[in-house]
Design a protein around this ligand. Structure first.
Ligand SMILES: NC(=O)c1ccc[n+]([C@@H]2O[C@H](COP(=O)([O-])OP(=O)(O)OC[C@H]3O[C@@H](n4cnc5c(N)ncnc54)[C@H](OP(=O)(O)O)[C@@H]3O)[C@@H](O)[C@H]2O)c1
Length: 339
């Protein structure tokens, strides 16, 4: 099969090549998916470039990528199933992540075929194009987990999504509306029309205004851009409000090359028991699994409550160009690869 392959870490345009390789062999619990669409997003860039370096110790491969084929969000058709697969059969149209655990590694989606654990997949709603379905899995899961998982969002609340036009933020805006919140979306000038179209009640251009200093306080700040200090959070949150940190590395520009945003995230978790505004798991709220979340996301897609925005589609051989476009930061919606 044709696949995008890397033998070493580095800038995507230097290390990625189109090659003929063997089709993946599926395990008992896995499904072989014929890929129709896969998604390019910042976590793919991290896995390909090997930055921050700490991710290489977290399962991606120390000296070179353990898994040579990048890509971790997929939509396609089931070609074959392992002995233990009960939920899918050949011919089913599916979408999902290509693994169930750590995200910062290559997942094999930039190829004609990929093997996927059944627990990471859901049936794709019939009316939803493969390209849109492929835009959802990892971003939708992180948004659902962080908005709904802890029971933080309630109807009528005011929610601010910082980085609302990105892959994660655009889904968070739509989910927050589904859960009955009044939503403010913050992003850069030329992306705000899309944030409005997604249903945001109010938009703020971060290049012109600083929402932290506008005197308005929110029940929940879903912080994809991840540039707020603790003082900012206190100023912009209601006393019982919640700050949810997603942790954007801005392609290594905002944080160190070695540890990335890991120190910030660890500090955050260490402080969260003492500062009620930092996200603290609500004791009785059920935390959705990936498998359950994929089913919820499929229902939202089917009902038209979640509509992923696609900025551009590239053929498989143009993955390096797609990664360059991602890095440039001008995409308004997701970048999709079609083999
Ligand atoms: N699969 C996933 O997508 C996934 C899953 C888990 C975690 N994450 C993490 O979530 C982060 C975001 O992912 P993403 O796919 O949503 O990224 P993205 O598509 O690049 O979106 C980020 C958005 O934030 C905006 N932004 C940048 N600086 C800002 C600021 N100071 N204030 C407000 N908005 C700002 C960007 O706009 P401009 O570029 O125009 O400034 C962009 O629209 C990544 O670091 C990733 O590691 C992603």
């Amino acid at each position: 099969m044709k696949a995008i392959v890397q033998d070493r870490y580095g800038p995507p345009e230097d290390v990625l090549q189109l090659r003929e390789i063997d089709r993946p062999v599926i395990g008992d619990d896995e499904v072989l998916v014929r890929v129709q669409a896969a998604c390019v997003h910042p976590d793919v860039w991290h896995a390909v470039s090997g930055r921050p370096y700490v991710l290489r110790l977290m399962g991606a491969g120390v000296l070179r990528p353990k898994d040579p084929v990048p890509g971790m969000d997929v939509a396609g058709q089931v070609e074959a199933t392992g002995k233990g697969v009960t939920r899918f059969e050949p011919g089913d149209k599916v979408f999902g992540e290509t693994f169930t655990e750590l995200q910062w590694r290559n997942g094999g989606a930039f190829a004609e075929y990929v093997s996927v654990p059944q627990g990471a997949l859901a049936l794709k709603p019939a009316g939803v194009p493969f390209e849109q379905a492929a835009a959802v899995p990892t971003s939708g899961f992180i948004a659902l987990l962080n908005l709904r998982g802890g029971g933080w969002i309630q109807p009528g609340q005011s929610v601010l999504v910082n980085g609302a036009a990105g892959g994660v933020g655009s889904i968070a805006v739509q989910l927050a509306k589904v859960y009955g919140a009044r939503v403010t979306g913050v992003d850069s000038t030329e992306k705000l029309h899309m944030v409005r179209e997604l249903g945001a009640d109010h938009v703020i251009d971060y290049t012109q205004e600083d929402f932290v200093r506008q005197g308005k306080r929110y029940d929940l700040i879903f912080d994809v851009a991840s540039n707020l200090s603790l003082a900012d959070c206190k100023r912009a949150l209601k006393p019982k409000g919640t700050h949810v940190l997603i942790g954007h590395d801005h392609f290594g520009d905002a944080v160190g090359r070695i540890l990335g945003s890991v120190p910030r995230v660890l500090t955050y978790f260490a402080l969260s028991p003492f500062l009620s505004q930092l996200k603290n798991p609500a004791p009785n709220a059920p935390v959705p699994t990936l498998s359950d979340s994929m089913v919820v996301l499929a229902e939202l897609l089917e009902d038209g409550k979640l509509t992923p925005v696609i900025d551009r589609t590239y053929p498989l051989e143009d993955v390096p160009e797609a990664m360059r476009y991602l890095r440039a930061g001008r995409a308004c919606g997701r970048i999709i690869i079609t083999p």
